[in-house]
Design a binder for this molecule. Structure first.
Ligand code: DAH
Length: 339
């Protein structure tokens, strides 16, 4: 019996546990009524009376030793859980998800940067406008179809309050306030009463540009827009100006860029023409300068306007314009590393 007690003491000395639960299991194993030490007490009843005193003392010692050892194990865990609030500090941290810029913001910022290199500053105007800034000062005749209820969002109570249909309205606001030289671009949101489809939306974004100074020529415009096209779509890009009509420019043109997808060879994006239309432009009509109180004998200028969605679709190969407005993170996340 004394040997057994000695062996158990040694065993108890080397006890380890991996948490409060395991320490409790050890308490049951050694100290419960049916446990190892409990059984020794049962056995104790059967030993000869003359040995009882010595063995009894040893047995009590063993029980005390076991209780101390197991309580110490339990305490150590309870303490460490208190200190860390029960949190395992060795676990790896949660990874931080980086947000991403919206593709339209990426393209807008790139347009701003390209024109900034040519000395263009950025200005903005209001989205809720009046007839003067959106139409009249831009030389739209009173009966022009763009004023039609079909295209423009008006307010029933006051037909002079409307949502701007183009950012050209900011040209007027800037020219009314500032005398040339003016070299600025105006990014912003515009609104048209159009059915929503893969190619059209009732809300979209434009960037308007305006350069007014002495001796500004059509050649200046062409060179500026060629620079823009090559910065935006690649240095091999060619441009083509087709005669067009806008009330606020004379002459007016529409600008195409060579298709960056097929390098001008013809594909389904450029409809096998090799060219993609990306903006309207022209020399500011002298009437517009006059309506904005700028001396049209002294100054000339050019203006241009483009849709940001259209450029983003071409640049990123997006086939449906509605994707830009749905804010589906599976779509948005794809532009993470673009800029
Ligand atoms: N405002 C025109 C539109 O929304 C675009 C435009 C064309 C702007 C010619 C211009 C320009 O400044 O000169 O379709």
């Amino acid at each position: 019996m004394l040997d057994k007690i000695e062996a158990l003491k040694e065993e108890l000395n080397g006890l380890v546990a991996n948490g409060v639960d395991e320490a409790e299991e050890l308490r049951i194993k050694y100290l419960s009524k049916k446990g190892i030490i409990g059984n020794l007490f049962d056995e104790f009843k059967t030993i000869p009376a003359d040995q009882k005193r010595v063995i009894g003392a040893e047995l009590n010692n063993l029980k005390k030793f076991a209780a101390e050892k197991i309580n110490a194990l339990k305490d150590s865990f309870e303490k460490s859980e208190d200190e860390t609030g029960g949190i395992d500090l060795t676990l790896p941290g949660d990874s931080i998800k980086m947000g991403s810029r919206h593709p339209l913001a990426i393209v807008r910022n790139e347009i701003i940067e390209i024109f900034a290199r040519l000395g263009f500053v950025v200005s903005e105007g209001p989205e809720i406008e009046d007839d003067w800034h959106v139409f009249s000062a831009l030389n739209f005749p009173p009966e022009h179809p763009a004023r039609d209820m079909q295209d423009t969002f008006f307010i029933e109570k006051d037909p002079d309050v409307l949502l701007r249909t183009h950012t050209s309205s900011v040209q007027v606001r800037v020219m009314e306030k500032t005398q040339p030289p003016i070299r600025a671009i105006f990014p912003g949101r515009v609104f048209r009463n159009e059915a929503i489809s893969a190619r059209a939306h009732c809300i979209f974004h434009q960037v308007e540009g305006l350069y007014v100074d002495e001796d500004v020529s059509f050649a200046d415009m062409k060179q500026t827009l060629l620079y823009f096209a090559r910065e935006m779509f690649g240095e091999k890009t060619e441009i083509r100006l087709r005669p067009s009509y806008f009330p606020f420019t004379e002459p007016s043109a529409e600008m195409d860029v060579s298709c960056s997808i097929c390098a001008g060879k013809g594909c389904n994006v450029c409809k096998y023409t090799g060219w993609l239309e990306i903006m309207g432009c022209g020399m500011v009509d002298p009437n517009v300068l006059e309506l904005c109180n700028i001396d049209n004998k002294k100054y000339t200028g050019f203006a241009f306007g483009m849709g940001i969605e259209r450029i983003a679709m071409l640049k990123f190969g997006v086939k449906d314009l509605r994707l830009f407005f749905e804010n589906d993170v599976r779509f948005l996340n794809q532009f993470q590393s673009a800029f």
